[in-house]
Ligand binder design. Structure first.
Ligand code: COA
Length: 308
C-alpha cells in the first residue's frame, strides 16, 4: 500500500501543482486561491509539516497525488486526487501526521484554517475519517450575508451608524496600519481581552504579515474613545486572505450594547463586496446578532473530528 507514492516536503515552488490538486480535491472550498497562506503562511506558536505525495520519483515534473498540511496536532489540509483514491494514500498521510502529534484534529486550526471543520458534503472524507478512528466532536456553521441588494448593508446605513456612534463619543474608522502605536493598541485589545490567536488574524488582516495587498487598505476597523484608545474592532481577510471572509470581531465588555459591533461589521462587509467569498462569516457564535445586523443566513455546515 502506498509503495508507488514518494513523499517529500512541499515548498513554494510546488504551489502551481498544489493549487491544481486542491481545486479538484476540495471543490467546495476556494483552497486554490489561499494555498500559499494555508501551506506557508505561519501557524503562530505551532510547528508542523507540509508533505506532498508524488507518483513515482518526486523530482521536477512529477505528478502530485496528495498532500498533508499539519500544524501541531491539527491536520489543516488533507486530500488525495480523485484518480489516486482508495489506494491507501490517505492512510499513509494520516500515519505521517500521527507520527508528528496526537490526538489529531481535523481542519479547525486556530489562526490559519481553510474551514472550521470538514464540510458535510465531502462524503468520502467523512467515510475515510470514521474508518481511520476519528469521531465527530462538534458541528460548526459558516453564515453568509448577502452583499447585493441588501438594505441592511449599504454605505448610507454605515454612515448613519457611524454618526450615531460619534454622538455617543466613539470614532469609528479604518485602523491606520502605518501608525505603529495604533496597531499595537489594537493588537493589545485583541490579544488581552479576546485571544492571542485572534491577534494573529488581526495582524494578518492589517497586512502586517505580508500576503496579498487589499485594494481598500488594512482590513480592520475599530471604534476609538476620545483619548484615542480602541475599544472595539472588526476584521476581514485575516484568514483565507483575499476571499473576503469576515472576522474576528470583539467589543470590550464595558462598551457593549452601544451598537459598535453592528457598525464595525457593516464597515467590513462594505469592503468585501466584490471578493470571491465576500460576506462569509466563518466559525460563528452569535448567529442571531448576525441575522439581525446584516441578514446573514447559514451558508455551510462542518463536522469537527478528533481521534479516539
Ligand atoms: C478522504 C481522502 C483523503 C481519502 O483518501 P484515500 O487515499 O482514498 O484513502 P485510503 O485509500 O487510505 O482509504 C482508507 C479507508 O478509508 C475508507 N474510505 C475512503 N474513501 C472512501 C469512500 N469513498 N467510501 C467509503 N469509505 C472510504 C475505506 O475504509 C478505506 O479503506 P478501503 O479502501 O480498504 O476500504 C480522499 O477521499 C479525499 O481527498 N477526499 C476529498 C478531500 C477530503 O475530504 N479531505 C478531508 C479528509 S480529512
Amino acid at each position: 500500500m502506498g509503495a508507488r507514492f514518494a513523499l517529500r516536503p512541499l515548498s513554494p515552488a510546488d504551489l502551481p501543482a498544489v493549487r491544481k490538486l486542491l481545486s479538484v480535491s476540495l471543490p467546495h472550498d476556494r483552497a486554490d486561491l489561499v494555498a500559499e497562506e494555508k501551506l506557508f503562511g505561519g501557524d503562530g506558536v505551532r510547528s508542523g509539516q507540509t508533505i506532498g505525495a508524488f507518483v513515482g520519483d518526486p523530482g521536477p515534473g512529477a505528478e502530485l497525488a496528495g498532500l498533508l498540511c499539519q500544524a501541531g496536532r491539527w491536520i489543516k489540509l488533507l486530500c488525495v486526487a480523485p484518480a489516486y483514491r482508495r489506494q491507501g494514500l490517505g492512510t499513509l498521510l494520516v500515519d505521517r501526521a500521527r507520527a508528528w502529534a496526537r490526538p489529531l484534529r481535523i481542519f479547525d486550526h486556530p489562526g490559519n484554517y481553510l474551514s472550521p471543520g470538514l464540510d458535510v458534503r465531502y462524503e468520502e472524507g467523512h467515510a475515510f475519517l470514521r474508518a481511520r478512528g476519528f469521531r465527530p466532536v462538534g458541528r460548526i456553521e459558516n453564515l453568509r450575508a448577502p452583499l447585493l441588494d441588501n438594505p441592511l448593508v449599504t454605505p448610507a446605513r454605515a454612515k448613519w451608524l457611524i454618526e450615531a456612534a460619534a454622538r455617543r463619543g466613539y470614532t469609528v474608522r479604518r485602523v491606520d496600519s502605518s501608525n505603529d502605536a495604533e496597531v499595537q493598541a489594537v493588537l493589545d485589545l485583541v490579544g488581552t481581552h479576546f485571544s492571542p490567536v485572534w491577534a494573529l488574524e488581526v495582524a494578518r488582516a492589517l497586512g502586517r504579515q505580508g500576503g496579498l495587498e487589499l485594494p481598500e487598505g488594512p482590513g480592520v476597523h475599530a471604534a476609538f474613545v476620545r483619548n484615542g484608545e480602541p475599544v472595539a474592532f472588526a476584521a476581514h481577510d485575516g484568514n483565507n486572505r483575499g476571499l473576503g471572509w469576515f472576522g474576528p470581531m470583539g467589543t470590550h465588555i464595558q462598551h457593549r450594547g452601544q451598537g459598535l459591533g453592528e457598525v464595525l461589521l457593516l464597515a467590513c462587509l462594505l469592503d468585501v463586496v466584490s471578493r470571491p467569498e465576500g460576506g462569509v462569516i466563518a466559525w460563528v457564535g452569535p448567529v442571531d446578532f448576525y441575522r439581525r445586523a446584516c441578514g446573514a443566513a447559514v451558508d455551510r455546515q462542518f463536522v469537527v473530528y478528533e481521534e479516539g
